[in-house]
Design a protein around this ligand. Sequence first.
Ligand code: DON
Length: 570
Amino acid sequence: MQRIRSLFASLLIVAFILPLGMLAAPVTDVRAKNGMVASQHELASEIGVDIMRKGGNAVDAAIAVGLALAVVYPEAGNIGGGGFMLVRTKAGEFHAIDYREMAPGAATRDMFVDKDGKLIVGEGSSTVGYRASGVPGTLAGFELAFKKYGSKKVTWQQIVEPARLLAQNGYILSKRLADLFIGYRDTLERYPESKRIFLRDGNYFKEGDRLVQPELARVLGRVGRLGAADFYRGETAKLIAADMKANGGLITLEDLKNYVAKERKPLRGSYRGHDIVTMPPPSSGGLVMFQTLNILEAYDMPKMAQNSAVRYHLLIEASRRAFADRAEYAADPDFADVPAEQLISKSYANTRRATIDTKKASSSLDIKFGDVTKREPMETTHYTVADKDGNVVSNTYTINDLYGSRVTIKGTGILMNDEMDDLAARPGKPNLFGLVQGERNKVEPRKRPLSSMTPTIVMRKDGSFWFALGARGGPRIISAVMQSVMNVIDHNMDIIDAINAPRVHHQWLPDSFIAESSGISPDTTNILVSMGHKLGSTGHVATATGIMRDENGYWIGAIDKRSDGVAVGY
Ligand code: DON
């Protein structure tokens, strides 16, 4: 259920010492005049609002939310991972900050395959253990965002301090979080610090227990005083490098020192007259979204019922083609030639659309990547923050799988990512998400793994800000973001309905579609199957969060009903 809290600063203090259910803030509605944070944890959203109340802008608040989620949402919130931050300033300028992890300097193309050419499983693999991690980018990205786009009205230490306090004083675990630790115990218990901190050495947490993270609090204390330098060159860097070395990991002090967060040119496209801005490569999210939207734009999508087989058929066919291109072309642009402009051009979409039969499914075996040589002239957890001046931040960051590599670095409480799995451990073979990726995305030193994270901002036809959103869920992120955008533009939904509406997903390979069982009726699925589509699973297609600005200038916060989280406005 959607809840918005009218918040008084003092409640923040109360939040640290009382279980969530005992918070006394009155629940009002989903609209707020000044600012809004929509994130997957109530305490993080409240912290963001508190920073804005102190004079900070949306960027300052977004950093505070990200650091708080690293404490209260350890499955995905992080300082041991990376992500993308998209900023729209009150003046209408866009900035895209790439703080994706980078492969360690000693990474090699075949590091995840054994001598028989088979993928290594367990410790040493691209998904679990010390070698699964790329060099984290979160703190470098946050510091860059703070220095360039922060308000300068709150200090870095003021922004870090609420997260430090949450780690030091602890917070009360919801049923979902307590159960989730147990759900992941098989791998978490392999790593002593993860077992001690998150599994309480086998004395598993229950709903209502308090999780205290003193090591993480110490790291955040240093980061608050010394900045990201502590993580990349100071005490924390030494602890990470030492634990990596002792356990066969590749990340060295040198790798940490060499990490760079980068500003990239935001990727721009449009759908039915609305400008849309999102993340460029190394995310594939924008490429796939724009290509799919461009293909679909020529059909009369608004006339088709949102939840109809005819609409889902076209969505699947367009996605299949865009994901086939993703597998071939998308990668870190610092390493590979990624023909982004061609892939998102309207004319390229025309050639891709020409192969779609509106009555019959195609087979992914017959769909290959397209020809982009004819040049035109010329994708965890997501949260969104908006402030009283109209600055907006759309931020998705991740440690990849839930609890990342499951490794917690000794002496730090930092859970590390397994983002190396987003590089192609074996080009041409499926990864954790069943995604097939090509040579361009092979493992190379200092390379950023290809991502599906899609923090996105959509404008009204007059160019003013309309809504911002993003999602978690691997490649399904792209489908969730794109279909939510279409639900607003084509079907006049507000952001809450748009995000909650049912959706489908098809990623070319495996050649099957996911139809959400809550919302898509078996009749609809049967029609799709009769058209030749193959039904895969019926689980969730990612979970999204976002904020919309209504005609009266009010912010509307939206949290996907498929997941947890709370939007807080003021
Ligand atoms: O960057 C990516 O595309 C993935 N590492 C995102 C992982 C993700 O969304 C996991 N979510 N539940």
